[in-house]
Design a protein. Structure first.
Length: 307
């Protein structure tokens, strides 16, 4: 999905406008998601998307960039992430080089280096490494989409830090002062619900649970994303993926896996899902050995025949 540049800013007024625009860049949204996106844009509130892995949460942010233009700024959360990694930090090696260069220049000129001048030069913005949160505050012709991905992987302390930024869209860096966004970015937070995110953070957002698509919509998604896939094969893949999700698997397949599965089958020249091709391509949809064993123990015929 390549960003589209438009002379006029994208300003949807109805959920249908949102759905049509996303459809135009390859993302098929249902009415509830389109409504949540519209409200988040209108109310200038972060959109908090929660759901099982593989339900297309991250793709929402990418689709919004494709529709609106501008940049996608992604903050990938992980255990132990801190403010410096998310906001900004000083480039200490470059600062040291700059300090030495200033001292050397002063010595050559016969001047005694001024401590205050050296310190002011030391904390110049050219030595500041801008991480995603600070980059999202920078002025832009089109405000960026800030994707805060997998916030459930971060800890409570980072959530509290993030809460302050989402409330004011301003940060204070002691050496530089307060930096405030002229226009807030569009913000999408995602969570796989590996743990509960605090209510205080959710209250700042519009919340939407993103579930796996129903089979009909998944057929449409596969047909859109996999060149050369036929209607029959797309439907079989969607139906079998939905069936796999009902089994007690370590990692039930998401939409990304159903797309990969269909792509693998098309690459093999398959027009239908047969027992031999099912066995040969399970690695595209199942990512754990135990899940593979559970499914293959049923036999491909039983899986294809259904319950």
């Amino acid at each position: 999905m390549a960003p589209t540049e438009s002379a006029q800013p994208w300003d949807p007024t109805t959920p249908d406008d949102v759905r049509a625009a996303l459809d135009g860049v390859g993302y098929l949204a249902d009415d509830t998601l389109a409504t949540a996106i519209l409200l988040a844009l209108r109310m200038r509130r972060p959109l908090f998307l929660e759901g099982e892995p593989g339900t297309g949460k991250t793709e929402v942010a990418k689709a919004l960039v494709a529709v609106r233009g501008g940049d996608l700024i992604r903050l990938q959360c992980h255990e132990g992430i801190d403010a410096a990694q998310a906001l900004a930090e000083w480039d200490h090696p470059r600062q040291l080089l700059g300090l030495r260069a200033a001292e050397t220049a002063g010595s050559l000129a016969g001047d005694r280096p001024d401590a205050e001048a050296l310190e002011a030069n030391l904390y110049d913005e050219r030595y500041l490494i801008r991480r995603p949160l600070l980059a999202a505050l920078a002025p832009a012709a089109v405000p960026p989409v800030l994707l805060i991905d997998e916030i459930d992987r971060a800890d409570d302390e980072f959530e509290a830090f993030l809460l302050e930024i989402l409330s004011d869209w301003a940060v204070t860096i002691p050496e530089l002062g307060t930096i405030r966004a002229e226009v807030p970015p569009v913000v999408v937070l995602t969570s796989n619900r590996t743990r509960d995110v605090h209510d205080a953070l959710k209250r700042r957002c519009l919340y939407h649970w993103l579930d796996h698509p129903d089979p009909e919509r998944e057929v449409a998604i596969i047909a859109r994303r996999v060149p050369g896939v036929g209607e029959s094969l797309a439907r079989q893949v969607a139906e079998q993926t939905a069936r796999l999700r009902t089994m007690r698997l370590t990692k039930p397949p998401g939409v990304a896996e159903s797309i990969d599965w269909a792509t693998a089958l098309v690459s093999l020249g398959a027009t239908r899902l047969e027992p031999d091709t099912l066995n040969a391509t399970l690695g595209a949809v199942l990512k754990y050995h135990e899940d593979h064993q559970r499914v293959t123990s049923m036999g491909p015929d039983q899986l294809l025949d259904g319950p």
